[in-house]
Structures are given as C-alpha cells and as structure tokens.
Design a protein around this ligand. Structure first.
Ligand code: MN
Length: 719
C-alpha cells in the first residue's frame, strides 16, 4: 500500500534523454543537451545550500517534467528556468539559441519571481495572481513552477527553520490548492504532506505513527477483503486490479479538523482501490461490492456521472465488510486513474500536435473567468481570498430550464445561480423555482436541481442577499450595485436638503451648481462638489454648515430654532419628495416607533450617517425630530411585488379561550405572517394583543383591520 509519489533523484543527462525518448521518440535531444550545457555554464559559480553544484536543481526539475511526460520544450525551459533570474543570462540569448517558445516559458517564470513585495502576505497574494495570469496564457509555466517548488521543498532541510516554515506555509496556502484545482493529485499530496511535516512536525510524526499502527492492525483484514472481491470479479470475468490505499497524512489531519473527531473515529484511513477497463465495469463492480456487503447509507458518491470540478472521476462507497468492519472502496477506469493523478498535466503530455485539447479548454475558461471577474480588484490579498474561496473542491451541479449544466460551489443559492448567468439576471431576480416549485431565495441548491429564475424589470438587489450568497461573483456584484445606488440616492437627497437650506436663508438654489460650491467642498475636505452633496444626503455633513459658508445664520434665528420643540410639524410641500422604488434596507429604514407601510402618508427624517428613516406623518416622535426641518423629506413609497414590511396591530378583545386561535386563523386566511406577538390580560376581563406582522401595504392592512373589527369578541383594533 502506498500513495503515489514521484521521487526526485539526481539523474544524469543521459538518463534524462532516455526517459524523454521513451515517450517522445522524435524529441529534439540535441537542443536539450545544448540547454543542459548552457544551464550548467550559466550556474557554474553557484552552489545549492547543501553544497552540491547548482545544476542538480534544474536537472531535477527537468526530470520531474519528464516523469510527467511533458513535451521537450517544457523540459528545456525547466533546465533553463533559473538562468535569467539568477545569472548574467539575457532572455534575448535564450530566444536566439532556443527559440520563442522556450523564451516565452523562461520569461514568464522569471517575471513570476521578479515582483517586489511590501509584506509577506502581499507577496503570496501577488504571486498567486501572477500565476493565474501566467496560467491563463500557458499552463506549462505553472507545471514548471510546480516542479521547481516541489524540488525546493524536498530539499528544505538545508535551510534555516524560519525559512523552512515560510516556504512550507506558502506551499500549503498556494501551491497545494492550485494543484488540487488543476487535478494534479500526486503533486497536491506531495505539497501538502511535505509542508505539513515542516509546519507541524510533532503532529505529523504522531499521525505517521498512528497510521503505521492502524496499517499493521488492519492490513491482514484489508488483504482478506481484497482477496474476496478479486475472486468474485474473476468469476464474473471482469478485469480488475485491486490494491490497498492509505489516505495521505495531511488529508487525515484536515478531516479530523473539519469533522472535529479523533483519529480513532476515522474509518477511511485505509481502503481499497479497484481499477478496471470500462465505465460499465465500474458500475458492475459497484453492484458486486454492494451484493457482497451492506453499503453504508450516505457514503456512496458517483463522481463518474458528476465529476468533480477538477475532472476527478470515480465511484466511492463504504460497506460493512466481513466481521462488521467498515471498508471504503474507490472504483475507476485506468483513464480516470490517470486523470486523478496527473490532472491537467495529463492533457499537456507529449502528443503530436502539442496543442490544447477540448477538455483543457474547460480549465482555461475557468481561469479566464476568474481573472475577468477579479480585474477590478486592485488588492491582491482580496484576490487571494477570492481564489481560495473558489478553490474549495465541493461543488453542486444544477440545470438551467434549457437543460444546460452549471457548476456552483456547494451552498450556492438561486441568487448565486442568477448572477452566474448574467449580472442583470441577478439584479432583477425576485424569486426562483427549483424543479418547478417556488423556493426562497436563500434555498441551498442541490445537485440535479433544475433552476428557473423569476425576474422583474423594476427590481434591484437587497443587502440581505449578502447574508446568504456564496459566490464571490454574486457578492461583488451586489455590493457594487448597492454602492452605486446609495450614492445615487444620497446625491438626489442631498440636493433636495441643500436646496431647502438655501431657500430658508434666501439664497438661490442655483448656488449648488456654482464654482463657489467647489471651494466649499474643498473646505470640507471633499474631493468634489458631488461628494459633498452625497455626504449631506448620507447625513454626514449638515446642510446648515454648508449654508453657513455662504451666509452665516442670524443669531435670533438659530436661537428660535432651538426652542422650536413645540413647533407643530410643518407641511412638507416645499420639501422635495423622494420615491422609494422597492429598495429596502439600503438607504431607507422604517421607524420602529410607528411601523409605516407602503400607502401610509409618510415623512422621512435624515439620520446622521444612516440615510433616511421613514415615519408615518402622524408619528408622535416626528414632532421632536422636526426641530431641524431641513432634515425632513416627503416620501412616496410604492409597494413592489410581494415585498412586505413589518408593522404592528393592537387588538383589544374579550379575554376568553380560543380568541387568539381565532385571530391567528384570520391572519393566515389573509396570507399575513405574524412574526411576533405580545399578549396581556387586564383586570376587567379584557385581553390586549400586539401583533407584529408582515404587511404588503396600507390597503391590505385596512382590509385586515376591518375583518378583525367585525370578529365577535373584538372591541377595538388600531395600529
Ligand atoms: Mn528554481
């Protein structure tokens, strides 16, 4: 039993050429030899940390690339990868001697390592970003970089511990997830286990011991299971290679961490892998396994019908084997096994044309999209977070109504799906049907779901969506929209507030557009007039302060305003109105004193830093707030779609059993949700209920009030 590894051992140039000729008989060996001597000479004065000649490093890198059966140009680039970076060699020389292709690969690798960084975190993130960009151009750049890194971490023992840890951490953070994403299973395992060894030596050694013990205890048993299945498959004439497999150490560690369980409770440390010839045989073998032993529910996974996003395919199942012990099986074809091990490298292996195959186009597309969606992000750290988030291998596959398959990270909702189709579909999304049924927007999509998005042209996203969307694409699009919308509304609002303030002082509102406004904006440390007006709209800057710059307030007036506490609420007709168009929770908040709903007569109050709070026009609190009436605005609130607002109803009834049930039934008969309820009994045999409900608008509320009022036993209903 062994995990697959490709060891790096120092080989000679002749061994390297033999290796290449074994799979690429017409490779340009003369050019390869030239590259070897060129690299040897360029690095002649350098030594590796361990004291051996430097050429050992590029030679090892080239050897790994040959193990991956890559084309000879890639291997030549592997031999030359450090020459431009570390020696006097010019890229132009490489171009003249080895041609454009090799020069491109070496040039990309040099660029990749040439960037200057502020902090280590920046370095990682920027490095990652560069790699993606390079990868989108030519995946071989990454394969060489991977081989380079693999040889470097394999020879870490010669470095001081602090550098060991830094390189190991970077390998674990960046190289391993990337190798996984590209499906290069063996490399991911090497990256993870070697980094793990340097980062947590004690944990590593402990697990190593435990796994060895487990192996000793179970090997006989696993071999017995293997013998039984082999015998059975032979009797059915199904070709199969059965072998034991051990989960890699970092994989074990991660599983223990994620599931919060001790090693003793992990059942899939040891398992069996069956490799056969055809896909049909895979399913037949699965059937035979399940007929021999009882499968454990929930453990069967069909990655053949639904491959992982890195193209991994296999059938996984766990059964209760002989003597009641669990055994995990992986069943796959030889080709699937090759893809599981080599991933994208399998597609880059030497072939006549040497160009990208159709299958690879999927990766390249994924990369392009990722880079595309991130090109606005200047912050490399943010980019890294994004990529790490997206690299999570667990995905769900869902269908469009047209039967097209879409891949999304698991936990995705219809909103993620909608943004995945198009930004506008996301923005206008109001509902979704999954398999023909209406579902909430926060519904978590399952593999196999058919998803249909319901849109409305007048609709915009809600801030609440940010609480449940999982794709970075949806998150950034929603945030962008909210930001733009907030600014637009604040600008409009700020304008109106400022106009009112100017009029009050007898100033012309046209000042807002005058050059003096730019100076005032600068005095408030704003970049532009528009920024200043937006800040007024947000309530961050008061309109009075701005008006004062043009005409200082008279003392008596200021004093008068302070004692205006008793002042009745002024009509708001000279204050511009604002219209809410279904935008909730963004710039507008409904007041939790009077709980307004669409259809009520409303007044908005500009709250510092929070935009507008909407009150009913007769709300008692408004009188107190009306001291600064430039902060009042008229509000028109148009109900949209099925949107509801929380409001409350006070109901006074006779205190008798069944009253509450009767009222509740009435609410639900009108499709009104009760979110919260308060009830008290009074001395005189009455009951008082306060229902907090989700109402659509005033019309619905009125109808509801009438129905309640006409119910037997109800004395009074009011808001
Ligand atoms: Mn190197």
């Amino acid at each position: 039993m062994a995990t697959s590894t490709k060891s790096h051992k120092l080989i000679t140039l002749n061994e390297l050429t033999e290796k290449i000729l074994s799979y690429a008989p017409d490779a340009d060996i003369a050019l390869l030899r030239k590259a070897y001597y060129f690299s040897h000479e360029a690095h002649c004065s350098q030594k590796r940390k361990e004291g051996t000649p430097y050429i050992g490093h590029p030679l090892s890198v080239a050897s790994m690339l040959a193990d991956m059966h890559l084309d000879v140009m890639t291997i030549i680039a592997g031999l030359l990868h450090d020459t431009v970076e570390d020696t006097e060699t010019k890229l132009q020389d490489i171009k003249e001697i080895f041609g454009d292709e090799v020069a491109f690969l070496v040039g990309s690798l040099t660029k990749l390592s040439k960037i200057q960084f502020q902090t280590r975190e920046d370095a990682q993130a920027e490095n990652f970003r560069r790699m993606f960009l390079a990868m989108a151009e030519d995946i071989r750049v990454i394969l060489i970089k991977f081989a380079d890194r693999l040889h470097n971490i394999k020879t870490l023992q010669h470095l001081p511990p602090s550098r060991q840890r830094r390189i190991a951490q970077e390998t674990l953070d960046i190289y391993a997830p990337l190798a996984n994403r590209l499906g290069i299973g063996w490399m991911r395992i090497e990256f993870e286990d070697t980094s793990f060894k340097y980062l947590m030596p004690a944990v590593y050694r402990d697990l190593l011991k435990k796994v060895a013990k487990r192996r000793e205890a179970q090997e006989g048993y696993i071999n017995e299971v293997a013998r039984q299945i082999k015998e059975k498959l032979a009797s059915y004439d199904i070709p199969a290679e059965v072998s034991g497999r051990v989960k890699h150490l970092y994989g074990i560690y991660r599983k223990m961490q994620i599931q919060q369980i001790p090693f003793e409770q992990l059942y899939d440390v040891l398992g069996l892998r069956i490799i056969t010839d055809t896909q049909n045989h895979c399913y037949e073998i699965l059937g035979i396994i399940h007929s021999l032993w009882t499968p454990i529910p929930g453990r069967f996974k069909d990655y053949i019908a639904l491959p992982k996003s890195n193209m991994y395919q296999s059938l996984h199942t766990s059964v209760i084997g002989p003597k009641g012990e669990r055994v995990e099986f992986q069943v796959r074809t030889r080709e699937m096994h090759r893809i599981a091990e080599e991933g994208i490298a399998a597609h880059w292996m030497y072939k006549e044309e040497g160009r990208v195959l159709q299958k690879d186009a999927k990766y390249i597309k994924w990369l392009r999209e990722l880079i595309q969606s991130q090109k606005d992000l200047h912050d490399a750290k943010e980019f890294l977070d994004v990529v790490k988030g997206e690299v999570v291998p667990e995905v769900v596959y869902v269908f469009t109504p047209g039967g097209e398959i879409k891949e999304l990270p698991s936990g995705s909702t219809p909103v993620d799906f909608a943004y995945g189709i198009h930004t506008e579909v996301g923005h206008k999304c109001v509902g979704a049907k999954v398999n023909g049924r209406i579902v909430p927007l926060r519904y978590q999509l399952q593999s196999g779901d058919t998803v249909e998005i319901i849109t409305s042209p007048s609709h915009g996203p809600s801030r609440d969506w940010l609480k449940f969307v999982v794709t970075q694409r949806a998150k950034s699009r929603i945030k962008q929209w909210i930001k733009a919308e907030e600014r637009k509304q604040s600008l409009e609002l700020g304008h109106k507030i400022l106009e009112t303030a100017f009029r009050k002082r007898g100033l012309s509102p046209s000042i807002i557009k005058s050059p003096e406004m730019d100076e005032v904006a600068a005095a408030f440390s704003m970049r532009s007039r528009e920024d200043l007006i937006v800040s007024i709209g947000y309530g961050k800057v008061s309109a009075q302060q701005v008006a004062n710059r043009f005409q200082p307030e008279k003392k008596e007036e200021a004093a008068a305003e302070e004692v205006l506490l008793k002042k009745p609420l002024k009509k708001t007709k000279d204050i511009g109105g604002i219209t809410i168009k279904g935008v909730d929770n963004i710039l507008y908040h409904t007041a939790h004193c009077c709980y307004p709903v669409p259809g009520d007569r409303l007044v908005g109050f500009v709250t510092r830093g929070k935009g507008v709070t909407i009150h009913r026009h007769d709300c008692p609190n408004l009188e107190r707030l009306a001291v600064d009436d430039t902060r009042l605005v008229k509000v028109d609130w148009t109900p949209t779609g099925d949107r509801t607002s929380i409001t409350k109803l006070n109901v006074e009834t006779m205190d008798r059993p069944g009253m509450l049930a009767k009222l509740s039934a009435l609410f639900s008969s009108m499709n009104v949700n009760i979110t919260h309820l308060e009830a008290t009994s009074t001395q005189d045999g009455r009951a008082r209920f306060t229902f907090f409900i989700q109402a659509k608008d005033k019309a619905q509320l009125l109808k509801l009030t009438q129905k309640i009022a006409s119910t037997e036993g109800v004395f009074r209903v009011r808001r």
